[in-house]
Design a binder for this molecule. Sequence first.
Ligand code: NAP
Length: 517
Amino acid sequence: MSKICLCLTAKTISRNLELLDKYRKYIDMAELRVDCLDPDENFFIRHFPKQAGIPVILTIRRKQDGGNYLSGEGSRVSLLSRGLAFAESDKRHNFAYVDLEEDLDVPGLEEAVRTFGTRIIRSYHNFDGVEKITEKVRSLRKIGDEIVKIAVMPQNLQDVQTIYRNSRENTDGEKIILGMGPYGFNTRILCEKLGSFLSYTSETEDPEIPPGAPGLISPAELVEKYRFRDINSKTDIYGVVGFPLTTTFSPRIYNTVFSREKINAVYIPFPSLSLNYFLELAEELNIKGAAVTNPYKEEIINHLANVTDAVRVAGACNTIKVRGMPTKSIPGETITRAWSGTNTDTLGFTESLLKFLDRKHLRGQKITVIGAGGAARAVVSEIHRLKGKCLILNRTPVRARELASNYNFSWGGLDSQALDSMDRYSDIIIQTTPVGTFPDVGDDPFELYHFNGHETVMDLIYNPLETAFLKRAMAVGCRVLNGMDMLLRQAKYQYEYILDREFPEQLVPALLASLQK
Ligand code: NAP
């Protein structure tokens, strides 16, 4: 089973020991990053393994490999020797591992550490991309009992696919293979699938502590949010694809449900600048189903072998799953699995709004929808089904026109000309753009519009719960509804579609409390 290693990057030994205690219940081992310590602390590194009480890796990372060490190789080797000197017969008091880069040639030191049972992690870092990992693993492994470490920076999900494929081809000996940065995030969770010896983690709550490497999460998040300890070769993989995907609550929802329901599955965010790259990776990882979010809710439809009426009517899809049927091949693409898709934003939106209004339909209601993207498509199709009248306003007016023409609704741009029309469509205002989402919480999608206090205002954003737009509406007495209730409702239908099983309703209050926190 892959281990969890806490990367210790504090300036002092004592702070590192505090961090170790903070996360002790989640971790198997730690890495002392000596290059992050204040120089005076270097005198005390030899005693660290005994103080830590768990296996520790000794690492002095150079600047060129992503660390802080700037002095020459001679002094680095002396410092390594200081950490490894006076080995004790009780191995627990020595460093269990030492990280030596591939180009560091110190046979004397290596011989000494082997004699006293310290294992060598032979490491290689590439911050510019991904190369042929299979060959690299072979060339790095000098002696059988070394652990080979390859840390690369994928530039997209196609690079990530290469990492998994190469790792599968390479089964000899122990290895650590990981992808850094946002695209490689999934490799930190799916260590078992990569056959990786460990996953590195880092303190993430204290801004004074630098992350050990790009993309590290805390041990608590790895275990509690991403089920690291439960993942094995049989674990089913689900996820969400979109870009930039900085705000997604669905991993928390799904992984909580998987955990409580004892389902051997994990749910992972896959930020991707290309939908094709995600679909190819889905093939490699055997991803069984996924949520699809902006900007891919329309594009995904071209890749589906089968869609529900909800997709057909809305012209947008937010949920896909693998169907057990032959391939729909797309010319020029290597994607071979057959996907089905549905749209759960529609039902999620309707249930949330009608419950809030205590109504069964929208007959007689004049509604403005701000935005004309994937979510707006679902919202507008439901307003039409529920007999409401609608004005669609969008930054790019031609998209508003195109959407409105499907239903004979009114449309316009987000400009002063729209204000007159909006006065006539102000029973309900529904904000469907991402403007105002964390971290840009001060942004407002339509500052020109002044609420009169009689509107009901719904914002589909759920992070933050009160957007700048909603705050303005509340300030003059409007009734407001945020996107959290819709999120949970659509997630429930999504779960039922993808997993073909009932959503455990009894978990909703706990999920809501956890998400609101
Ligand atoms: P999308 O397909 O990318 O559409 C984005 C829409 O926002 C487009 O109309 C776009 O206008 C507009 N927009 C983007 N940036 C803008 C800006 N700076 N100023 C003005 N308009 C801007 O995204 P989506 O899938 O519809 O998602 C939109 C939002 O809804 C996201 O925040 C998402 O989290 C939220 N959502 C919430 C739920 C829920 O359950 N609560 C469900 C679905 C979506 P252009 O056409 O001019 O580009």
